[in-house]
Write a protein that binds this ligand. Structure first.
Ligand code: AMP
Ligand code: MG
Length: 433
């Protein structure tokens, strides 16, 4: 696997160019900025049939090889005629001189005061430029109709050649994550295969002596490792190839071996646990010895501690996201930090996640000076407006709050207490990859 990553600026160099950076109280925006400047896209692409390419990152601009539609055609079932007549006779009487079907056009000529019965998608016959829909005509006899629509204008109901996609223009840009609409669009251009970025390979493991994997007995004081499952789900949804490395005990040698193995085999690494202030210094020493790593304390909740950087082993390198251990903190840090960085590494050009404004159903406690990500349920109120409520206890270990939620309430850094009916920003889970 090609795991090349260009040597860009160091984390230290990037951080020093951002105003007021304090690694012990880094704002969410500052951390996101540093990541954006640090992460370089992977190289390597593959050619896939368009069905296989669903959800993948387009590696080339797609220039339209044809006009879609290829010719002017009718948007309606009705009658095609020359619209000049409308300026003097908006309710003209027209003689029917033939029929144009989708796939078999009318080849004769059409003069003023004549029309052709036409179906949706049929080519507009020579001499015609306007279509009147069937329902806006009245039939006078077998060969005559009268226009009954007073507002019809010349050119109406005509789809223009190239109006969907014009020959030679960019139909889809490199970096686009292909959607169902894009597959259809490619098919409409006659394109059967496209080049996409190769899948991003992401290794992950959990650290903590108290963690047990599924199938093991739960000794006193132990918990089942859930982070590897949420990470599996989030990474898979993002279109990554995942490499689950299990639970790694909190021992320097075991951690070093795991980090090296991950680095040599993946483009990015996600760990959970072991980055809090109270955690053993050996993690920090080890990560520093393997590459360019920053340990941050973020002004956010949940998910305050985080390590980020790039490590090297045996000539390979990989970005590393050292997420906190608490299950909700893992998901929040993934969605608000790792996700965007991984997309960038995949070569995807995406817009920031869309936040919507919704009224709070009740007051929400919030301290200014940190960004809070509270789990919420947004639903229609009796009055037809949407309102959002928090999902009960917001402890960063309460994964149920995430499972019950259908959105995250994003309370900005400066925001203080939220009053009932005040608008708050929410990020809907629906559609979040
Ligand atoms: P840490 O960040 O390692 O101090 O962990 C914080 C809390 O999260 C502790 O209560 C851990 O037991 C818990 N935790 C850490 N990793 C996991 C995991 N993989 N699955 C479930 N809980 C975890
Ligand atoms: Mg731990």
């Amino acid at each position: 696997m090609n795991n090349r990553q260009e040597a860009g600026n160091s984390l230290q160099e990037i951080s020093s160019c951002i105003a007021n950076v304090d690694p012990n109280a880094l704002t969410v925006t500052q951390a996101q900025d540093i990541m954006r400047q640090f992460v370089q896209p992977i190289e390597g692409m593959e050619k896939l049939t368009i069905r296989q390419a669903l959800g993948r990152v387009l590696a080339q601009d797609i220039v339209s090889p044809i006009n879609v539609p290829a010719h002017d055609n009718s948007a309606m079932d009705g009658y095609a005629f020359c619209g000049d007549i409308l300026s003097t006779e908006p309710q003209a009487l027209l003689e029917i001189v033939g029929t144009a079907l989708a796939g078999s056009g009318f080849t004769g000529t059409v003069t003023a005061c004549q029309c052709v019965r036409i179906m949706t998608g049929a080519l507009i016959p020579a001499g015609c430029d306007t279509v009147v829909a069937q329902e806006f005509t009245s039939k006078i006899d077998d060969s005559h109709i009268q226009i009954t629509c007073p507002r019809l204008q010349q050119g109406d109901n005509r789809r223009r050649k190239g109006e969907d996609l014009a020959l030679g223009t960019i139909a889809l840009s490199r970096g686009k994550i292909l959607t169902p609409a894009d597959l259809g669009l490619l098919a409409s251009l006659g394109i059967a295969e496209v080049s996409v970025q190769r899948r991003l390979r992401v290794a992950f493991f959990s650290t903590g002596d108290e963690l047990r994997s599924l199938g093991e007995t739960l000794d006193a004081g132990c918990v089942y490792d859930s982070n590897r499952y949420t990470l599996y789900g989030m990474l898979t949804r993002l279109g990554c190839e995942v490499m689950d490395m299990g639970v790694i005990q909190d021992h320097p040698q075991a951690l070093e071996a795991a980090m090296r193995q991950a680095c040599e085999n993946a483009d990015a690494i996600i760990t959970s646990g072991g980055v809090s202030v109270g955690d053993a210094d050996h993690t920090r020493r080890l990560m520093h010895s393997l590459g360019d790593i920053a340990f941050w304390s973020l002004a956010m909740r949940p998910g305050r501690p985080m390590a980020f950087g790039k490590i090297n082993s045996m000539g390979r390198s990989a970005y590393i996201f050292g997420l906190p251990g608490n299950p909700v903190a893992v998901m929040v840090s993934f969605y608000f930090f790792a996700r965007q960085a991984l997309l960038q590494q995949m070569g995807a050009k995406t817009s920031p996640l869309p936040l919507m404004k919704v009224k709070a159903n009740a007051a929400i406690k919030k301290q200014p000076g940190r960004t809070e990500y509270q789990r919420g349920i947004v639903a229609l109120r009796a009055n037809g407006e949407y309102g959002v409520s928090v999902t009960g206890a917001q402890g960063s270990g309460i994964l149920r709050s995430m499972s019950e939620a259908n959105c995250i309430i994003v309370l900005a850094h400066e925001q203080g207490m939220v009053a009932t009916d005040e608008f708050v920003d929410i990020l809907l889970f629906e559609g979040l990859t």
